[in-house]
Design a protein around this ligand. Sequence first.
Ligand code: HEC
Ligand code: HEC
Length: 207
Amino acid sequence: MGSLPLALLMLAAVVIAPLAHGAGDPEAGKAQAVPCGACHGQDGASPIDPTYPVLAGQVEGYLFRQLEMIQSGERNIPLMAGQLNGKSEQDLMDLAAYYASLPDKVAQTDADDETISLAQGIYRGGILHKGVAACTSCHAPSGDGNGPAGFPDIGGQPVAYTVAQLKAYREGDRATDETYGGMMRGVASRLTDTEIEALAAYLRGLH
Ligand code: HEC
Ligand code: HEC
């Protein structure tokens, strides 16, 4: 992989930096978040379906970018159609600040030891012969992501949500990483179903 990931990291930090400083007001976001709770849970950490994400404690700059892309349709989420209609950029920043400020809940994985060791190996060391970069270099050893760079927290998500996202990146159905030079599509394109399922089960309990 040489120095490419580092170059991308630096590029990403430059692009995302203005959003990472917390221009949002959590209190104003809270007032808008009531309808969101119907699916994501009123605490932002208890989604009503395992294919829906936890938002509590997510990286603010990441949340803001996803909200912009969900609003514009660049990230197509039929279930969220209409939810962000008429919201200003400031409204989206406020929602992002609110969810980022909520405490994450600690979840547990029910994966067996073999699955955990497969996933942990990939998470910490990548897959050398396939050129898969170690997840930890961007998402941190704890899975908490990288706030200044806008890289998401991927620990504690429902397993089905993570599986769906990794497959969507792999198939190119999710292309929200364009700003980052397609780095997640690059990673996921080299993962098998078995590896994706193991990673998702491992990430569920990572914190
Ligand atoms: C009817 C259910 C529903 C409602 C209401 C809803 N969402 Fe969602 N949301 C979803 C689903 C489903 C996804 C994930 C879809 C996918 O990509 O697989 C999602 C994804 C997201 C994501 C992306 C998270 C990530 O980790 O990438 C954000 C941010 C988000 N929702 C914020 C909101 C906000 C803010 C509101 C209220 C204004 C809201 N949602 C209302 C169902 C809902
Ligand atoms: C070079 C940096 C980098 C590496 C390495 C990397 N990621 Fe990511 N990852 C990102 C970025 C940036 C995003 C957000 C992209 C976007 O906006 O769609 C992301 C998004 C994700 C998401 C979606 C989060 C959500 O809430 O929807 C998952 C899941 C994920 N990564 C898992 C992994 C796993 C598993 C690995 C290792 C096999 C990995 N990533 C390696 C940078 C990286």
